[in-house]
Design a protein. Structure first.
Length: 306
């Protein structure tokens, strides 16, 4: 592991030591200040010192906090040793194996990931599936169909391992001989013990429990990891809606929505998503975005429910 990778972990990983790592916004600001320094470049692998951090223009309190974070070498070693015992490994944004597709998130790309399972799945073509936790029968049939087609056509299925659409699609994909990449919002050590066909990812820390923020944060990761993202079912609020609406605004991956006539799916189609009829879904590889005009829909409140 390089010094740069260790620096990302020290600053941005939750190590279970009671210290809060930098938020994504704080890390973006720190990175921007470091990159904008006009001094002569120094050894990029040398550790940052407290003097370096104060030279970036931070006040005494925040510079001391940064120094405390980068001084957690003993805690980091303990945390990584415990992870390795459970087959869990870190990835940072400067790691060679960091998923290239996540870089389309720009400054929103997670600084730190932890993974458990078959890491080679990150390099394979992938499609993503999102949807509500409480599925209608048509929504469940759509999710199963996407999982089966992903397996048949050689795509890794990316989803969130939540009750409902996620697990319906994942189970169908695995049953058909396919592979699954699950982006988790809960403890990573409880998942990913199967070998060969499953990879589980977690943000910030592998031991962290489910929180509303983590549930919403992982949605953008799912949308970015898929070459295409399919929506089995959506309400006008919740994680499926907010992640899909953000994807449409930012263009992380082409969005295809089950055209089931529901209010949520119809609203996403009105915003520019491509409609897909279950009866016409014979291939995910052949799906092409429809050129639809974007229309206004009523504002919806983001939430946790998927």
């Amino acid at each position: 592991m390089t010094a740069a990778e260790r620096g990302f972990l020290l600053l941005c990983a939750e190590l279970g030591d009671g210290q809060k790592p930098l938020t994504p916004a704080q890390f973006r600001t720190l990175r921007a200040r470091i990159l904008s320094r006009t001094a002569e470049p120094e050894d990029p692998d040398r550790p940052l010192t407290e003097a370096d951090l104060r030279a970036l223009g931070y006040d005494e309190a925040f510079a001391s906090r940064l120094f405390a974070l980068i001084s957690r070498e003993t805690e980091l070693e303990r945390y990584l040793d415990l992870a390795a015992e459970q087959g869990i490994h870190p990835l940072t944004r400067v790691s060679p194996a960091y998923p290239a597709r996540l870089r389309r998130l720009g400054d929103l790309a997670p600084a730190v990931l932890f993974c458990r399972g078959e890491r080679a799945l990150l390099d394979r073509p992938a499609v993503a599936l999102v949807g509500s936790r409480d599925l209608s029968s048509p929504g469940a049939a759509f999710a199963r169909r996407v999982g089966e087609l992903a397996a048949k056509e050689g795509f890794v299925l990316v989803s969130g391992n939540a009750r409902g659409a996620d697990r319906t699609a994942q189970d169908a994909c695995l049953a058909a001989g396919g592979a699954v990449l699950a982006v988790l919002a809960d403890e990573l050590w409880e998942h990913g013990t199967e070998t060969g066909r499953i990879l589980c990812l977690s943000l910030t820390g592998w031991h962290l429990p489910m929180t509303p923020y983590r549930a919403l944060e992982r949605n953008r990761i799912i949308h970015a990891l898929g070459e295409k993202t399919l929506v089995a079912q959506s309400h006008l609020s919740g994680g499926t809606w907010s992640g899909s609406e953000e994807n449409l605004r930012r263009g992380w991956s082409p969005l295809f929505v089950h055209d089931d006539g529901s209010e949520g799916c119809s609203a996403l189609i009105a915003l520019g998503a491509s409609p897909v009829q279950l009866s016409a879904l014979r291939s995910v590889a052949d799906l092409q975005p429809a050129m639809l005009p974007m229309r206004q829909v009523p504002d919806a409140q983001p939430g946790v429910e998927r």
